[in-house]
Design a protein around this ligand. Sequence first.
Ligand code: URA
Ligand code: SF4
Length: 239
Amino acid sequence: MQAKPEVEAGAARFVPNTRDLAKLRNAAKSCRGCDLYRRATQTVFGQGAPHARVVLVGEQPGDQEDRQGLPFVGPAGGLLDRALAEAGISKRDVYVTNAVKHFKFEQRGKRRIHKKPGRTEIVACRPWLAAELAAVKPRILVCLGATASQALMGSSFSLMKERGKFFQTDWAPKLLVTIHPSAALRAIEHEDRQRLFRLLVSDFKLVARELANGARRARPPMASAASTPPRDSTRRRSV
Ligand code: URA
Ligand code: SF4
């Protein structure tokens, strides 16, 4: 008898054909779409309002998230919450998730050190993100950092060049990329941490303004798009 492979090429075959977030979350627990499930504690699925107007996408769970099974509950999550509050965005409007749903790390003694997910893992995990977006259908999608940006906009997308603008995409009528909150945590100099935090807040304020505009007047999506869509975002989706 032929042995079944333990690792499948990508999450697609584990993703049920449903827009029910609870069912998706449950199915994600047993994903083996890439190697990362082997060493991590559990799948960390997205969390938040099921029909949130804003979806935030981070990179991957960290040490705390891996233990608790929830996204952004560690130090980066604390900073994210402060930035959202300062920009005037209510958590009720937000669904938070990650590009990759298992923690990738390197063991150093007792510590587990975060390791950046690679292209293979990002692509392998993307069907979960696509399913979450199809279920939540956010008006505004915010990529936090390069991993999320590249997962949704392609691997040559430049975060620092494109941050702070809205793009029209197939993922959501408005997509904005900004820095990852960890960038503000990790900066060595106090001034850099302050500057990066202010940058995150100013990008979130664009989101808050867009939410307020949408609430004030019903209008077709993208009536006032700040930027032209990337030419090949659709093609890149399936890379
Ligand atoms: N960093 C992320 O990108 N996601 C989390 O959930 C936590 C830290
Ligand atoms: Fe599946 Fe994503 Fe976890 Fe890989 S990281 S096993 S694709 S849920």
